[in-house]
Design a protein around this ligand. Structure first.
Ligand code: AMP
Length: 288
């Protein structure tokens, strides 16, 4: 088996080959491994995670797998954007070592039955409307960890609840992987980058920056007026409704340690929102 040449991306499609490569890198003490799990349609948010990983100067493995088990909505799964060719170009440009892009049957062979559930933390925020979503995430992430056996992995704060849940799983199951995080990367107008943004209608794309504007305004108001969580949430809801964001799934303030809801936010707590613009569900958050 040949290991990568300098600056060349190797594309691995099978679990067997990926596992063999990882074992060789690890067991022979050749290097450490950093895995960056994604669902593809790569944008600058993903690339910022990869750039942070590259700084460690160890082997980087990006995974692209649109995991059907984390889609509670079949329509969302079917419409999820895919652009492997352009993704590969981006990964080559940035100097990633391996792309692991398995087909569904590689991850879920027939008769697959196992699930990993982080019980409490999923019963909040996105987990309320997206039943089974986080079980799908934790199960596939653990599989990716077992196949690749990385020393490091990284997740975006954009999906804050996912980050909290994965950290919990790693701790609970004594998985010897260091989990890093990365701040949210945004468009110039403040909209958090997401693979789903390209599916917004022109009108909703114009409305979308209001999501982050509202979060920033709420934080400023809080600093000025020392408001309670209930009042911050009430004011933000009003601001969204006035500005054409009518379908609000939740606005919450949490302590990220264990997802509890402070009466008054303190530094380090988060304000999180999930809204729908047309059929597109968008999430965002801001740290106090
Ligand atoms: P996804 O492909 O949507 O599953 O995302 C893969 C990883 O990229 C996850 O850890 C996300 O939290 C992260 N990510 C997605 N969008 C952003 C963003 N705008 N800024 C930073 N990280 C992001």
């Amino acid at each position: 088996m040949k290991l990568k040449k300098e600056n060349s991306l190797r594309i691995i499609k099978t679990t067997k080959e990926m596992q063999a490569i990882s074992l060789r890198i690890k067991n022979k003490g050749i290097n450490k491994i950093f895995v960056i799990p994604t669902m593809g349609a790569l944008h600058d948010g993903h690339l910022s995670l990869i750039k942070k990983a590259k700084k460690k100067n160890i082997v980087t493995v990006v995974t692209i797998f649109v995991n059907p088990k984390q889609f509670n909505d079949k329509k969302d799964l079917n419409k999820y954007p895919a652009n492997l060719k352009s993704d590969i170009k981006k990964l080559r440009n940035i100097g990633v070592d391996f792309l692991f892009a398995p087909k569904n049957h590689e991850i879920y062979p027939s008769n697959f039955q196992t699930k990993v559930i982080v019980e409490e933390l999923q019963n909040h925020l996105c987990g309320i409307s997206r039943k089974g979503h986080f079980d799908g995430v934790t199960s596939v992430v653990l599989k990716i960890f077992n196949i690749i056996q990385p020393d490091y992995s990284i997740f975006g704060e954009k999906d804050l609840q996912q980050l909290i849940i994965i950290k919990r799983m790693v701790k609970d199951l004594n998985i010897p992987i260091k989990i890093l995080s990365h701040k949210i990367i945004r468009e110039k107008d403040g909209l958090a980058l997401s693979s789903r943004n390209i599916r917004l209608t022109k009108k909703n794309r114009e409305i979308a920056p209001i999501i982050f504007k509202g979060l920033k305004k709420a934080k400023e108001d809080y600093k000025k007026n020392n408001l309670s969580s209930i009042n911050i949430i009430k004011n933000l809801r009003k601001y969204y409704l006035i500005n054409n964001i009518n379908d609000i799934e939740y606005i919450e303030i949490i302590n990220p340690e264990n997802i509890t809801y402070p009466i008054k936010p303190k530094s380090g707590d988060y304000l999180l929102v999930a809204v729908k613009l047309g059929s597109i569900r968008l999430i965002d958050n801001l740290k106090f």
